[in-house]
Design a binder for this molecule. Structure first.
Ligand SMILES: Cc1ncc(COP(=O)(O)O)c(C=O)c1O
Length: 382
C-alpha cells in the first residue's frame, strides 16, 4: 500500500475493515452458492481500485467487474488472478489486451462475437464470455433475438463459450417492484428457451446492490454488488434489514480564518452576504477535488464537533465555511467533509441530497488530487 501522504491537507481515509464488513453483509443476503462479482469500476467508486480489490480477493470474492479494459489491466498488473468481467464499451483495438490479460468480456453486440473469435489463439480453450440481455434498461445489451443468434454463432464457432447470461435492472431501488419483475420475467423467458434447447449457461446474473437488497428473486447464480460494498444504497424498500458501514471519510484543514463585516460578501458572484459580523474559515478543497460547485451555500461540514455551513460559491481549490458559531475555530483545525466528528456525521447521502444527485456520483467524483489513506482490514489478522 502507498505511504499515507501527510503533506496534503485534504485526504480520503478508506476503512478496509468496513469494506470487509459490507462484503459479509452481501454474503448474508444471498444464497451461499451464489457467486459475487465485486464491482470495482471507477477506481472502486473512488475508494482505490487495487487496495479495495486485494481485500475483496482475500475475502474470496468470485470475481471482479469493471467498466473498461484499462481498469482490468490494472487489476492484473497488481496480481489479481480472479475472473474479471469487462462490462462497458469495448473497442476493437482493445481485443488483443482482453485476450492477453485473460479478461472476460460482456457481449452486447452481435458483430463483436466474430471479432472476438478471431482474436482467440487456435490452441486456446474456448474463451468465456457473458452475454448481456437488454430486458428494459435501454442501455447496452442484446435483444432476445440477438442473444439467441449470438448463442448459436458462439456454439457453432467453437472459439468462445457462453459462461454467463446477464441483465441489468433499471428501477430496482424504487418502491414499486413492477418494472423489476417485468425485467426478470423477460430474463426468465430467455433462460427457459436456453434450457429447453438443452444448453447450459452456468452463470445467470441480474442483481447489483438494489437487486440484492430489494429483490431476492434477482439473486441467481451470481450477483454484482457495487455501492453497498462501499457502505451505501439508494433502495426505497428493503426485503431484509441491512447494516452497511461507510468506507470512506474525507477531511481537510482550515487554512485561514477571516473576519467579514456585516454586508460584505464571500466568493464569486457574491451569493453570500454576511448578515452579521462573521468569522469565515477558508478550506483548501474545491470542485477540482470533487467537492461539487452545486454544494455552494447548501452543504455543511464538521469542525470542532459542530456543523458549519458552506457559504458562497465553492471554487476550484477553495471553499468557505461560516464558523461564527464555532468557538475557537482556527487555522489548522481538522474539518470533516464526509465522515464523523464527535456525535455528528455527514454522509455521501447528505452530500448527494445537497447536490441533487446520488452517493455514487459523490464518491466517484473525489479526484486524484485527494490522497487515499488506507486503514488496514482488521478482519484479515485472525
Ligand atoms: C452492469 C452493472 N452491474 C452492476 C453494477 C453495480 O451496481 P450497484 O453499484 O448499484 O451495486 C453496475 C453499476 O453501475 C453496473 O453497471
Amino acid at each position: 500500500m502507498p505511504a499515507p501522504d501527510r503533506r496534503s491537507a485534504t485526504v480520503a481515509t478508506i476503512d478496509l475493515t468496513a469494506l470487509a464488513h459490507n462484503l459479509s453483509e452481501v454474503r448474508r443476503l444471498i444464497p451461499s452458492a451464489c457467486r459475487i462479482f465485486a464491482v470495482v469500476k471507477a477506481d472502486a467508486y473512488g475508494h482505490g481500485l487495487i487496495e479495495v480489490s486485494r481485500v475483496l480477493a482475500r475475502h474470496n470474492v468470485g470475481g471482479f467487474a469493471v467498466a473498461t479494459v484499462q481498469e482490468a489491466v490494472l487489476l492484473r498488473n497488481a496480481g489479481i488472478r480472479e475472473p474479471v468481467l469487462v462490462m462497458a464499451g469495448l473497442l476493437p483495438e482493445e481485443l488483443p489486451d482482453l485476450v492477453r490479460y485473460g479478461l472476460t468480456p460482456v457481449v452486447y453486440d452481435l458483430a463483436f462475437v466474430q471479432r472476438l473469435a478471431e482474436q482467440i489463439p487456435v490452441d486456446a480453450a474456448p474463451w468465456p464470455v457473458h452475454l448481456k440481455l437488454d430486458t428494459g434498461m435501454g442501455r447496452l445489451g442484446l435483444t432476445p433475438a440477438e442473444a439467441w443468434e449470438a448463442l448459436q454463432r458462439i456454439r457453432a464457432g467453437g472459439h468462445l463459450r457462453v459462461e454467463g447470461l446477464m441483465t441489468h435492472l433499471a428501477d430496482a431501488d424504487s418502491a414499486d417492484p413492477a418494472y423489476t419483475n417485468s425485467q426478470l420475467a423477460r430474463l426468465d423467458t430467455m433462460v427457459a428457451r436456453i434450457r429447453e434447447a438443452d444448453i447450459s449457461i452456468p452463470l445467470i446474473h441480474a442483481a447489483g446492490t438494489a437487486g440484492i437488497l430489494s429483490h431476492p428473486a434477482s439473486h441467481r447464480d451470481a450477483v454484482r454488488p457495487g455501492i453497498m460494498l462501499y457502505g451505501y444504497h439508494t433502495c426505497a424498500r428493503l426485503t431484509t434489514p441491512v447494516f452497511l458501514k461507510p468506507v470512506l471519510c474525507v477531511t481537510t484543514k482550515v487554512v485561514q480564518v477571516r473576519t467579514v463585516a456585516q454586508g460584505e460578501s464571500v466568493s464569486y458572484n457574491r451569493t453570500f452576504i454576511a448578515t452579521r459580523p462573521s468569522r469565515i474559515a477558508v478550506l483548501p478543497v474545491g470542485y477540482a477535488d470533487g467537492y461539487s460547485r452545486t454544494l455552494s451555500d447548501r452543504a455543511a461540514v464538521l469542525v470542532r464537533d459542530r456543523r458549519a455551513p458552506v457559504v458562497g460559491r465553492v471554487c476550484m481549490d477553495l471553499t468557505m465555511i461560516d464558523v461564527s458559531d464555532v468557538p475557537g475555530a482556527a487555522a489548522g483545525d481538522e474539518v470533516v467533509l464526509i465522515g464523523r466528528q464527535g456525535s455528528e456525521s455527514i454522509t455521501a447521502d447528505d452530500l448527494a441530497t445537497w447536490q441533487d444527485s446520488i452517493p455514487y456520483d459523490v464518491l466517484c467524483a473525489i479526484g486524484p488530487r485527494v490522497p487515499r489513506i488506507f486503514r488496514p482490514d482488521e478482519t484479515a489478522r485472525n
